[in-house]
Design a protein around this ligand. Structure first.
Ligand code: FAD
Ligand code: SF4
Length: 325
């Protein structure tokens, strides 16, 4: 690990100004950044600790929604009574991730920005377009069993690994940022970028942008939500496929559905096609299966991950069944 300067941020605006300097990274829980620094994948010259900023609270909003500070720990968020009552899908997604110790450190902002677990990205001895643009993608034609089938490009097929992001996508979260030119708000659907020909660019954040908080809209009355994660072992493992669903049912029909998939997309994968097919449909396996087919219609499997297409379909069907029972 190379040497670097370490500074503590005193307020969001000055943190943003300092963060705009090339070679600078913010650190929150450090569970992604320090890992990657030890592997020499991240080599910042300056690291700014944001843990003393007053961004660590969860508070109800006047419109019935929820404000979540960027440094709220994943464990505190998962166990917050309002989250458990009104946003169960978020609590379940957080608790399905990592381990108790990691969740005690990991933060909301850091989780939004966690990097892919593609093994070649983490191994500086191998070509990787995300780590070193223009070097090639070792995963295409290599070990790609855990990687993405939706939103891929010929330059990168890395999966967004976060469980929390999938729930945030289904909840239609908004991410609030302090930048050097002021504050702005970004819907989560527009926050993460598809890899295209620039997989090194993962979000719309610009140099110096500090995530200050995330807001959730008010819960839809009568809706139920659920996160289902399928993985190789029961804990301490990333999703092969996951589904976050937020559904309301009236008179045996789906009144409204919000659907996002994890473990299969290069970004948290909201499926508006599945949502449109579900709206007004009678609850039950045939409609859920049609929605799942639509959600996976554009899947492009690689040499080792074709199984994910059916796995993700079944994951979504099962999650919808459970949430509408
Ligand atoms: C062994 C292991 C298992 C794991 N398993 C899972 C799992 O099953 N599911 C899952 O979802 N995750 C899993 N994770 C990932 C974990 O959830 C993330 O590492 C964590 O959420 C990152 O949060 P952090 O606060 O530690 O981020 P940090 O490491 O502090 O930061 C991550 C990145 O975000 C930037 N950043 C942080 N905060 C801000 C901010 N407010 N504004 C702008 N930039 C910011 C940093 O500069 C850095 O680039 C696992 C991690 C490990 C090490
Ligand atoms: S999939 Fe993306 S992260 Fe993995 S080797 Fe290819 S370019 Fe790198």
């Amino acid at each position: 690990m190379q040497s670097f300067q370490f500074r503590r941020a005193m307020d969001a605006l000055s943190a943003s100004a300092a963060g705009a300097k090339p070679g600078t990274r913010f650190v929150a829980g450090g569970t992604t950044l320090l890992d990657l620094m030890k592997l020499n994948v991240e080599r910042p010259e300056q690291v700014i600790d944001i843990n003393r900023l007053p961004l660590d609270t969860v508070a109800p909003l006047a419109d019935g929604g929820l404000k979540i500070g960027a440094t709220v720990r994943n464990s505190d968020l998962a166990n917050h009574p309002i989250v458990q009552r009104d946003y169960a899908v978020l609590s379940q997604a957080l608790l399905a991730g990592a381990s108790g110790q990691l969740r005690n450190m990991a933060t909301t902002g850091g989780n939004l920005l966690q990097r892919t677990r593609c093994m070649y990205f983490r191994d500086t001895a191998t070509p990787c377009n995300k780590r070193e643009p223009g070097t090639g993608c070792s995963a295409i034609g290599g070990a790609n069993r855990t990687l993405a089938i939706l939103g891929t490009s010929e330059h990168c097929i890395a999966t967004n690994p976060s469980d929390m992001n999938v729930a945030m996508a289904a909840l239609e979260a908004t991410i609030h940022v302090q930048g050097i030119n002021g504050e702005r708000s970004i819907p989560i659907a527009d926050f993460h970028l598809l890899p295209g020909s620039t997989p090194n660019l993962e979000t719309v954040l610009e140099p110096g942008d500090l995530i200050t908080h995330v807001t959730l809209p008010p819960p839809v009355p009568g809706s139920r939500s659920l996160y289902l994660k399928l993985r190789d072992r029961a804990s301490y493992e990333f999703a092969l496929a996951s589904a976050a669903v937020v559904v309301s049912v009236e008179g045996g029909r789906v009144a409204r559905a919000r659907i996002a998939l994890g473990g299969v997309g290069t970004k948290p994968w909201r499926s508006t096609q599945a949502e449109a097919l579900l709206a007004g449909a009678p609850i039950g396996e045939p409609a859920f299966r049609r929605a799942a087919d639509a959600a996976l219609r554009d899947a492009k499997p690689q040499s080792q991950n074709g199984f994910k297409v059916e796995l993700a379909r079944r994951c979504l069907v099962y999650a919808l069944k459970e949430a509408t029972q």
